[in-house]
Design a protein around this ligand. Structure first.
Ligand code: PMP
Ligand code: GLN
Length: 381
């Protein structure tokens, strides 16, 4: 074995892989990794298939097909009143994940500080470290996970390069409010701090709330990379397609990295998706579709000993078991798989520090029968 110095010492396999593997090994119901257990619309598959049959099987342009970028421009203008030029301000990526990685790689230099809000999606901190950046973490606390912007301000320094936001947030379902936006705008005004806004759950918001995108606020838009995912929008997490939008001066740097990372991504899927989502009725009802699932799942969970945390967006429901057990959440998640046949995600995996809030995350992007059976099992706890 050749001795190499790990670039990510202390980083193990992601919790999503660990829990999905464990679920499979125990034939448990998998409410851990976030993906639907129902299929996407067959019409979408037909449109992708048609693109393949029409011979669209070679490299897409580096930034993505013009068709898809133009549809995204229209979608973003309709939803957020913001214009991103398809030619210079939108790039199609291999999922939200690659968009996040590429945006960070494009702008983070050694020693730069990046503020994240934990519990945070698990790719942020390792990517920042890989690039030589320093993670400055703001720890959100259950049950409400609210942000005190005066405390966020204290994390700012002359080396702050970027702040990463994720609304609706995975795993807490928390959404940024207008008052968060006002505080954020005040905080970054007059600074060179950039924003990476992970908005992959933009279409999964509940109770008539409106998703507040960085795209909607000119003062924030001018310093933001906005990330989206077709996996979430179309129930196609396995297709790994997403996109990044940013003002041209940022997108120029993004593409310098993108072109040598993947160069371009899946052509027939881009064309099929462009064709499919040109009709916004294909995704207009996504929130009500998932709200039904959220409400049903929450209703069922009331019959268990878990306490429900709020879920304002995303397809994740967090619960606490603090009243019924003293084990940490990793042990609890393993126990639920091994003894009860239900897989979840221990939320401590989304914090850098060792935390013990006793919170588990369940994904409810599942058929009603799956959720029913899972809760039947959890009722035995
Ligand atoms: N950000 C968040 C908050 C996520 O939950 C996910 C997982 N789907 C991603 C980014 C990555 O998205 P994708 O699957 O499109 O790479
Ligand atoms: N975003 C999904 C989740 O939070 C899974 C992504 C992944 O497996 N990397 O569960």
């Amino acid at each position: 074995m050749i001795p190499i110095q790990s670039k990510l010492p202390g980083i193990a396999t992601t919790i999503f892989t660990v829990m999905s593997k464990l679920a499979a090994a125990h034939k448990a119901i998998n409410l851990s990794q976030g993906f639907p257990d129902f299929d996407c619309d067959p019409e979408l598959v037909n449109r992708v298939t048609a693109a393949m049959k029409n011979g669209a099987n070679q490299y897409a342009p580096m930034a993505g097909t013009v068709e898809l970028r133009e549809v995204i421009t229209r979608k973003t203008e309709n939803l957020y009143g913001a214009i991103y030029h398809p030619e210079s301000e939108i790039t199609i990526t291999a999922g939200g994940s690659q968009a996040i990685f590429t945006a960070l790689a494009a702008v983070i230099n050694a020693g730069d500080e990046v503020i994240i809000f934990e519990p945070a999606y698990d790719s942020y901190a390792p990517t920042i470290k890989l690039l030589g950046g320093l993670v400055k973490s703001y720890e959100l606390i259950p049950p409400n996970y609210d942000i005190d912007w005066e405390l966020v301000k204290k994390l700012f320094s002359a080396r702050t390069k970027m702040i990463i936001l994720n609304s609706p947030q995975n795993p807490t379902g928390r959404m940024l409010t207008e008052s968060d936006i006002t505080a954020l705008t005040k905080l970054v005004k007059g600074t060179d701090v950039l924003i990476l806004s992970d908005e992959v759950y933009e279409h999964i918001v509940y109770d008539g709330q409106k998703h507040l995108s960085m795209a909607s606020y000119p003062e924030l838009k001018e310093r933001s990379f906005v990330v989206a995912s077709f996996g979430k929008l179309l129930h196609t997490t396995g297709w790994k397609l997403g996109y990044c939008m940013a003002p041209d001066y940022l997108m120029k740097e993004f593409r310098k990295v993108h072109q040598f990372n993947v160069f371009s991504v899946n052509t027939p899927m881009q064309l099929g998706i462009a064709n499919y989502i040109s009709d916004s009725s294909k995704y207009d009802d996504l929130s009500s579709f998932f709200q039904q699932k959220r409400d049903a799942f929450r209703g069922m969970l009331l019959e268990t000993k878990f306490k429900l945390l709020p879920c304002n967006g995303s397809y994740f429901q967090c619960v606490t078991y603090a009243d019924i057990a003293d084990t940490n959440d990793k042990e609890m998640a393993i126990k639920l798989v091994e003894d009860f046949g239900v897989a979840s995600i221990p939320v401590s995996a989304f914090y850098i520090r060792n935390t013990d809030y006793k919170v588990l995350r369940f994904c409810f992007a599942k058929k009603e029968s799956t959720l029913n059976e899972a809760v039947n099992r959890l009722m035995k706890l």
